[in-house]
Design a binder for this molecule. Structure first.
Ligand SMILES: [Zn+2]
Length: 404
């Protein structure tokens, strides 16, 4: 009996390997697949028959003949559109849903504003959003599951949200609740972990085994891939980059510590600096832009002031870049990444910011760790978190990265 078990496992493994070769190297002939995977042509034929029947693979035209006048082999290619995945991104402002094919191409995106929901109400809102989104499908047999990403400390193996202070969520069995309600496979992971996977599989850091993703917004999040796997720590809480101490006598943080990086590199810290400058009567174009109404200081206003080369706005950018670089030097010395990718909307595309950060990290991290270090902005675009959700599920389903 054990023998049958082993045989089945071997067949399963071969199937994964064969599908992986077709995904990454197709269109490709059966003969070439057998060569690449190192299995017999019979094994390839049998696995490919199953894959075609299930709709993962299709035959197309014919390839180059190896001998003049010889029979031309039929080629096989991956079919990304016969199955789909529902991707969900939860943030402080909205729940966003989208459909992804098996190549992580997002379509049918729908935004459900959070409208201040907190705690249990967020779970209810997510279930209602899913109910609404799924109602467009008459048949869910081709849906491979629902992949959800959210900020906070998440046990991705169990699918539990352990802790999120901003959303007032503690110990919520997100995976269990959604699985029970919809009867589909569910994946649930931290958004920064999902983003770093998406960068590795679809973005700026393809084929790298050691990459960090740092996102700057209302706070700072970070995800790390170390030696090819997401670095999670013992409770899934690794990557709390925003709470590394940069000044032990510094600003009090909501985590209970003082001088956490997040209080120097985030929108609230920038807001506080703008506010203080205006109150102190320092001339800035921001005063004109908000017409004296301090409630109108928004990231958009700040970015406009930066575009106009406002002195106060620029000095705040420089100070923020310097603090971020200080944190990144620590991460570089700790993890020796080959790439650091910066996400979040605040400074996205601002080359002065990127240059200032890069210059200091390259100067101050241990020289030997800096040799080929790449620091870039994310290229994932506005669907980044949905792509992250897709990357989480597809990594699990295919057990391999999507990159060639
Ligand atoms: Zn803190």
């Amino acid at each position: 009996m054990k023998r049958t078990g082993d045989l089945k496992l071997m067949q399963e493994l071969n199937r994964y390997l064969i599908l992986d070769v077709i995904r990454k190297s197709g269109p490709i002939s059966r003969v070439k697949i057998a060569e690449r995977v190192g299995v017999s042509p019979t094994t390839v034929t049998s696995a490919v028959n199953d894959l075609i029947e299930e709709g993962f693979v299709e035959e197309i035209g014919s390839g180059e003949s190896s001998f003049h006048g010889g029979r031309k082999p039929i080629l096989l290619r991956f079919c990304p559109n016969n199955y789909f995945l529902v991707c969900v991104s939860i943030s402080n402002s909205a729940i966003v849903l989208g459909e992804s094919n098996l190549d992580a191409e997002i379509s049918s995106k729908q935004v459900y504003p959070m409208n201040g929901s907190l705690g249990e109400a967020i779970v209810e809102k997510m279930l209602n959003a899913l109910e609404d989104f799924l109602s467009r499908y008459t048949d869910l047999t081709r849906c491979i599951g629902i992949s959800i990403v959210a900020p906070g400390i998440i046990d991705a193996t169990q699918g539990l949200l352990l802790y999120n202070t901003k959303l007032y969520l503690h110990n919520v069995d997100v995976k269990g609740i959604v699985e029970e309600r919809f009867g589909l496979n569910v994946w649930f992971d931290n958004d920064a972990n999902a983003l770093v996977l998406a960068e590795r599989d679809l973005g700026q850091a393809q084929s790298t085994d050691n990459v960090l993703f740092v996102t700057i917004g209302d706070g700072i999040g970070a995800g790390a891939i170390v030696n090819g796997s997401v670095f999670r720590g013992s409770k899934g809480g690794a990557g709390e980059f925003g709470h590394i101490t940069i000044d032990r006598n510094g600003i009090r943080c909501e985590c209970g510590n003082a001088g956490c990086l997040e209080n120097y590199v985030s929108w609230p810290s920038i807001y506080a600096k703008i506010y203080a400058s205006i109150v102190r009567g320092i001339p800035t174009v921001i005063s004109d832009l908000i017409q004296g109404d301090l409630n109108r200081i928004t990231p958009e206003v700040y970015l406009t002031a930066l575009e106009q080369h406002d002195k106060v706005a620029t000095e705040i950018l420089e100070e923020t870049a310097d603090y971020l670089a200080t944190g990144l030097v620590t991460l570089t010395n700790m993890f020796n990444p080959s790439a650091i990718i910066l996400g979040g909307e605040l400074f996205q595309g601002n080359h002065y910011f990127l240059e200032r950060v890069s210059e200091q990290v390259l100067k101050n991290a241990l020289n030997i760790l800096n040799d080929d270090l790449i620091i870039r902005f994310t290229s994932l675009g506005e669907d980044d978190k949905l792509l992250g959700a897709a990357a989480v599920a597809l990594n699990d389903v295919f057990h391999f990265s999507l990159s060639a």
